[in-house]
Write a protein that binds this ligand. Structure first.
Ligand code: 475
Length: 805
């Protein structure tokens, strides 16, 4: 859109006055933010309405991305950027003597997700709008987002995230679009006179699902899509017998986000949440469709529904229910439509994350849905037992072992199933979904994850963005593949120096931020070595920690090395004791290193509390090294690896997830690979001959490091150190930390050496930035669009580069 600085100033002052009846000089940053957000929203309203109208008029096929988590990050800056008025607005604010960054920082970051899965969902929303795809989100409006993390005496404590305290200016409540979701009770099936089955519900608990819509603004294209988040409320005419407790129980459904990443809590409230937003979404999609169509026959040509992991997998029986019970479609036709509409992404191979529900709980809470799952199960067995045998079908039918098995249900009810990086997609076929792959090989495919360079470079890394504009023009902002132009400057000494200067500037900025937030002074000339992701044993923050302890001992022995600053950001699930112990030890090591004058000139450790999207925007631009060191075969894809690469950090990685594709993109010389491969690890499992103690006994450096966990040298960690020591030595080190220790150290030593040659380092950084464009989520959603959703992708065009191996 077009907006001059002068126009903006007038409209902004006007909005602030209307809202607060005071001149802008009197307003707090929060109030200035509210005024600016509302003004921005007023700019979004018309294109939002237009987009909706156009989709309806042209009968565009719509994609609905169902996800129990969305992590959009702050929206003000990204909305202004995508509207094309960020520069004008910032110039206007400065003319008013205001500080844009201060105002942007007043926005709460909606933490409606745990990590990778939720962030990916939001990247896709941004990407779909930006490529002009009709893509909508469907999720939950959690009253409280993911807990705020604080450290008390080095221990993680969790505080509530009251993120809507000041309201959420980007949402609009659509009470006229509310639907009713039914739980519990029992169902009566009665043939009606017209020959249809009549389904009569008795004694159900009804919940009103009220949608709140959030605009998803496309980049410079006038497209505004919809993210619909559902809130649970008591029914309007609840009657006199409706108790406060009943009201309370309903409100609970959308009160909190479950804080377990890659884990299945198995709690009834979680099942309620899943059915709540899934049923509300399906009902509202069908209702909208039926407003302009007399039957459901053409539904699958106009609607694609994507299931982001299994949490919304009840979309399958729920659509069957609506088609049969409400729309009187027969089973076979309903199943045909459902299969064509549904597709499913798996995000993790970890067995503890695979969702299963006890049949008792499931059938009690959702009796009609359970009947339909039973029928899906019955027909599946009938169809495939003859060819594949009872034993195999028993393993993979939707119902078995007294459980509803959601990954199997999702695979059986979708026409496409994908993993999120080539290795992950292969392992799905080989292990977790192997039997179903035998039956439905054509359904399985890979869609490598992506990220949005708009947020990570254009907004998060302004110094780099400006340098790129100067050197290669601005085309990369529209099409990130244009970053490849950078290769032309691989021998441009001046440019390489500029690249290093940009990094240095970002490091000084981060150093300031660290000082302000945790009151720790860090040396901006150190190597900034970053590991940012959820705290999980398989991600092996512990390997990183053991590397730090080894460096500590080496420095104590008098070894000199370039100074390294290790930066961690990671939340642990509140019930994940082992992860919390690792945090405690990390913080203890950070203190130990800091207070030792022999060591602190060479080594520093900072664990920043409350890592999230907004903090990532500050850390990533300043990173020199990106630690992606999961046990090979465990990290489905990873996405921070892509973000850090695009900021020119060098990746220190195992051959896992999308690290493999990053390696293929930049070449072996521009990434630091170490450790066991997935095949080697599978070999250990098969033979059953991994003995972690052998590594401890053979390697004196490892021996010394592990002993530090239990010999009292690290102050204040008695039980934590012992527990970790035991996990590694007595319980045989489930994640092969000890096996990879030596090669991890060697890779780190190579990086230390390389850092002595700043120009060579800059060349490698350049290649990483240049090749990062292929990981734009714009391309990822276009691949989903072409190959799964069958919607026509629009600008900007993918050049066909295949990163799918
Ligand atoms: C993978 N979350 C990353 C990312 O594809 C991958 C599971 C159960 C309950 C709550 N949250 C989850 C995940 O499984 C998850 O976030 N998985 C991550 O998805 C996007 O890049 O490798 O670990």
């Amino acid at each position: 859109m077009a907006l001059t600085k002068e126009q903006f100033i007038t409209e902004f002052k006007d909005m602030a006055l209307k809202l607060y009846a005071a001149p802008i000089e009197d307003l707090s940053s929060q109030q200035l933010y509210q005024a600016l957000a509302l003004l921005t929203r007023s700019y979004i309203a018309q294109p939002w309405a237009n987009t909706k109208e156009r989709y309806d008029e042209e009968e565009t096929k719509q994609v609905f991305y169902f996800s129990i988590e969305f992590l959009p990050g702050r929206l003000l800056q990204s909305n202004l950027l995508n509207l094309g008025i960020l520069d004008e607005v910032e110039a206007g604010l400065e003319e008013l003597d205001l500080h844009p960054q201060k105002i942007f920082a007043a926005e709460a970051d909606p933490g409606l997700g745990n990590g990778g899965l939720g962030r990916l969902a939001s990247a896709f929303m941004d990407a779909m709008a930006s490529v002009g795809m009709a893509g909508n989100g469907n999720g939950i409006r959690y009253q409280y987002g993911l807990f705020k993390q604080a450290f008390v005496n080095g221990y993680q404590v969790e505080l509530p995230d009251d993120w809507m305290r000041n309201g959420f200016p980007w949402e609009t409540r659509k009470e006229n679009r509310a639907v009713t979701v039914k739980f519990g009770g029992w169902v009566e099936l009665r043939p009606s006179r017209s020959g249809h089955l009549r389904v009569i519900y008795h004694n159900t608990d009804d919940v009103l699902a009220v949608p709140y819509d959030v605009a998803m603004v496309g980049y410079h294209n006038g497209v505004v899509n919809n993210l619909r988040l559902w809130s649970a409320e008591a029914p309007i005419n609840a009657g006199p017998h409706f108790t406060l407790e009943q009201r309370e129980r309903i409100n609970q459904i959308t009160q909190i986000l479950y804080p377990d990443d890659s884990d299945n809590a198995g709690k009834e409230l979680r099942l309620r949440q899943e059915y709540f937003f899934t049923s509300a979404g399906i009902q509202s999609i069908v209702r909208h469709y039926r407003r302009t169509h007399n039957s459901m026959a053409g539904f699958a040509d106009r609607v694609a529904i994507h299931i982001n992991d299994t949490h919304p997998a009840m979309a399958i029986p729920e659509l069957m229910r609506v088609l049969m019970d409400d729309e009187h479609v027969g089973w076979d036709e309903a199943w045909r439509i459902t299969l064509k509409v549904m597709s499913y992404t798996n995000h993790t191979l970890l067995s503890e994350a695979l969702e299963v529900w006890p049949i008792d709980m499931f059938s009690g809470l959702l009796p009609r849905i359970y009947q339909i799952v039973q029928e899906i199960d019955r027909r599946f067995r009938l169809a495939f037992v003859p060819q594949f045998g009872q034993a195999m079908i028993d393993r993979i039918a939707p119902l078995g072992n007294g459980q509803v098995r959601m990954a199997y249900l999702a695979t059986i009810g979708s026409h496409a199933v994908n993993g999120v990086a080539p290795l992950h997609s292969e392992l799905l076929k080989k292990d977790v979904l192997h039997d179903l792959f035998q039956i439905f090989p054509e359904r399985f495919n890979n869609k490598t994850n992506g990220i949005t360079p708009r947020r990570w470079i254009q907004i998060g890394d302004r110094p780099l963005a400006h340098l790129l504009d100067k050197k290669i023009g601005t085309a990369w902002r529209q099409n990130p593949l244009a970053l490849r132009k950078l290769h032309d400057y691989i021998d441009d000494t001046r440019f390489l120096a500029d690249l290093n200067a940009t990094k240095a500037e970002n490091k000084r900025e981060l150093a300031k931020y660290i000082d302000q937030t945790v009151h720790v002074k860090v040396d901006p000339d150190a190597i900034f070595d970053v590991q940012i992701k959820r705290l999980h044993a398989y991600k092996r923050q512990l390997l990183h920690l053991l590397g730090i302890l080894d460096a500590y001992l080496a420095i104590k022995r008098g070894e000199k090395r370039p100074k390294r600053l290790h930066i961690f950001g990671a939340k642990a699930a509140p019930s994940y004791v082992y992860a919390k112990e690792i945090i405690k030890v990390m913080n203890a090591v950070a203190d130990m290193v800091d207070s030792d004058p022999d060591v602190s000139p060479y080594l520093q450790v900072v664990f920043l509390p409350n890592y999230g999207v907004s903090m990532a925007e500050k850390i990533i631009p300043a990173a020199d090294i990106s630690e992606q060191i999961s046990t090979a075969g465990k990290e489905a894809s990873g996405t921070s690896n892509m973000k850090l690469m695009s900021a020119g950090a060098l990746t220190l990685a195992t051959l896992d997830g999308a690290n493999i594709e990053i390696k293929n993109a930049v070449g072996d010389d521009n990434i630091e690979i170490f450790g066991l491969t997935e095949k080697e690890i599978a070999g250990y499992y098969q033979r059953g001959d991994y003995r972690s103690r052998d590594f401890y006994e053979k390697d004196p450096r490892l021996h010394a490091v592990l002993d530090m966990l239990v010999n009292g040298k690290i102050p204040g960690i008695e039980t934590e150190g012992r527990d970790i020591y035991n996990a590694l030595l007595m319980y045989n080190d489930e994640y092969f930390v000890l096996a990879d220790f030596e090669s991890y150290l060697a890779a780190n030593a190579r990086l230390d050496k390389l850092y002595q040659q700043p120009e060579l380092w800059a060349k490698k950084a350049l290649v990483n930035i240049a090749e990062s464009g292929r990981f734009s989520a714009d391309f990822t959603v276009q691949r989903y669009g072409r190959e799964i959703w069958h919607v026509v992708p629009q600008t900007p065009e993918d050049d066909g580069t295949d990163t799918e191996g």
